[in-house]
Write a protein that binds this ligand. Structure first.
Ligand code: ADP
Ligand code: G6P
Length: 483
């Protein structure tokens, strides 16, 4: 296989399944752009703006145009997906196989050969687009589980590049990963990078163990030695948020006023509890609301003085598991409100839509208790966003020990999200905690979040990638996957 050396002029290229904006075509045929959902975009947007880099990604629609565009000071390079690829690559292999497999198999992954074929095809398209936009010896930073084959494919096309990969979701224990019929191809795909980053230390260790056991490579600590002389580093880089941006927003007068208004519209509750999640079965929304409902039923809390605001952004709505989840939560909220609400006093205020950043900041400011209870989560930026918005060092965070954020936010009220009684006890503890205790906890968590924001995360990753040894002139042996 000969390498194709078409070349662009960008020194930093981010490659992610999604562009930071979605293309929305209205009924009148007019195109508008809407911010894409999820933590990946939240984290990378400020970085790409700072570095004046290029962003290669999908625009969220089918068969969209591939002309480059400028949005929010970013150079965007769309990759088109056909309706069949959306079904097989995005909804299928990415979100019906990898997503549940990498999140502790909390839903059953589907293993379908046609989904895999589509994953290979689409990954190759992303690699070709990145190869065309990157300048000589550029840094290319590939993101997340949808694009794990891109590093090796890109190296085939452009051996001059320094290639990084970051996995935003958990990397599973080897006992689960080995279920995947295409486990070796995924590992080989990732090994095309010079640096493979994970949210938690355990993820990096799982990966190194797997390449040693399954592919027979020599390893030492975080390093993997390949037969062609290249070394790949596997490291953990816990992701963060743009703390300064959120702090600025949260102390602004309009946000303070809006936070007041939210509380008064909810009838000035003594305690406002808040959940903010994509509507995803990994987020533990169902059991969290059940726990709150039981506290009301038992009289430990009452709708006269406590309300739960649950914001659940629609997500992956054509995937069966997501549809089922939406129906189940709709039913649960209906039941709890029907049984326990009073006129003008719903138990749960359920909002099924997406909001601008200032509205999110107002919600965080308005909430006395933030309840973040994923069954498994790579990091969970919402937990960090809440902490960043509590400039008065008040408020309480109830946090799942299975979120990456639990490694850092140690002063949260920690819960096992599978233990409903434990969750109820933690919520009550947060409700009744003396203000002094809350201040002590929040102060410590704010210090942690401020000490490591998203630009530190990116600097550390990019800094380490820049040091990758320039021995890329050596061609990789074409793997079976790429031949
Ligand atoms: P995930 O990446 O799995 O969706 P995270 O908690 O890491 O979970 O990141 C979610 C991001 O999406 C956060 O930045 C959060 O503020 C944002 N977000 C979540 N729900 C909404 C919503 N309804 N409207 C606007 N932004 C949202
Ligand atoms: C998580 C994933 C991202 C993904 C986001 C939104 O944050 O790690 O890769 O983009 O969820 O999901 P979606 O399927 O809408 O892109």
């Amino acid at each position: 296989m000969t390498s194709t050396r078409t070349q662009g002029d960008h020194d930093l290229v981010v490659v992610a399944n999604r562009l930071p904006v979605d293309r929305v075509v209205g009924e009148d045929g007019e195109t508008t752009w809407r911010r894409s959902p999820g933590g990946l975009v939240t984290a990378l947007e400020p970085i790409i703006q700072q570095y004046d880099g290029a962003w290669v990604g999908w625009d969220g629609g089918s068969d969209g145009p591939e002309e480059p565009l400028e949005q929010g000071g970013m150079h965007l390079f769309p990759v088109a997906l056909s309706p069949q690829e959306i079904e097989e690559f995005y909804e299928g292999f990415s979100n019906g196989t990898l997503w549940p497999l990498y999140h502790d198999v909390v839903a059953k992954p589907g293993f379908h050969r046609e989904w895999w074929d589509s994953y290979v095809t689409v990954n190759r398209r992303f690699a070709e687009r990145a190869a065309a936009e990157a300048a000589d010896k550029a840094l290319v930073w590939v993101q997340d589980y949808q694009l794990q084959l891109v590093p090796a494919m890109l190296r085939e096309l452009r051996p001059d590049l320094r290639i990084g990969f970051f996995l935003h979701i958990p990397f599973p224990p080897s006992e689960l990963f080995v279920q995947l019929p295409w486990r070796s191809q995924i590992l080989e795909g990732l090994l095309g990078a010079d640096l493979v980053g994970f949210q938690r230390r355990g993820g990096a260790q799982n990966f190194v163990r797997l390449v040693r056991q399954r592919l027979g490579h020599k390893t030492h600590k975080d390093l993997i030695y390949l037969e062609d002389g290249r070394t790949v580093a596997a490291e953990c880089f816990p992701i963060s948020i743009d703390v300064a941006e959120l702090e600025k927003l949260s102390v602004s007068d309009p946000v303070a006023e809006r936070a007041q208004q939210i509380r008064s519209q909810l009838g000035e509750p003594r305690k406002l509890l808040l959940g903010v999640d994509r509507l995803d079965y990994t987020k533990g929304i169902y059991d969290r609301l059940r726990a709150f409902g039981e506290l009301l039923e038992e009289g430990a809390l009452s709708v006269e003085d406590a309300v739960f605001v649950q914001v659940a952004t629609p997500s992956r709505e054509r995937v069966d598991e997501y549809r089922r989840l939406r129906d189940e939560i709709d039913r649960l909220v209906g039941r709890i409100n029907g049984d326990l609400g009073r006129i003008g006093r719903p138990a749960i205020s359920y909002l099924h839509s997406s909001y601008p950043r200032d509205e999110m900041a107002a919600l965080y400011r308005a909430a006395d208790i933030m309840v973040v209870t994923p069954l498994r989560d790579g990091m969970n930026l919402v937990a960090k966003e809440y902490v960043a918005c509590r400039h008065r060092d008040d408020g309480a965070l109830v946090l799942s020990e299975f979120a990456g954020a639990a490694d850092e936010l140690k002063q949260a009220f920690m819960v096992n999200p599978y233990d409903i009684n434990g969750m109820k006890a933690a919520i009550l503890e947060a409700v009744d905690a003396p203000p002094k205790d809350l201040t002590k906890r929040m102060k410590a968590m704010r210090k942690t979040v401020r000490s490591h924001d998203v630009s530190d995360w990116a600097e550390e990753f990019i800094g380490m990638l820049k040091q990758a040894r320039p021995d890329h002139r050596k061609r990789l042996r074409p793997s079976k996957l790429l031949a």
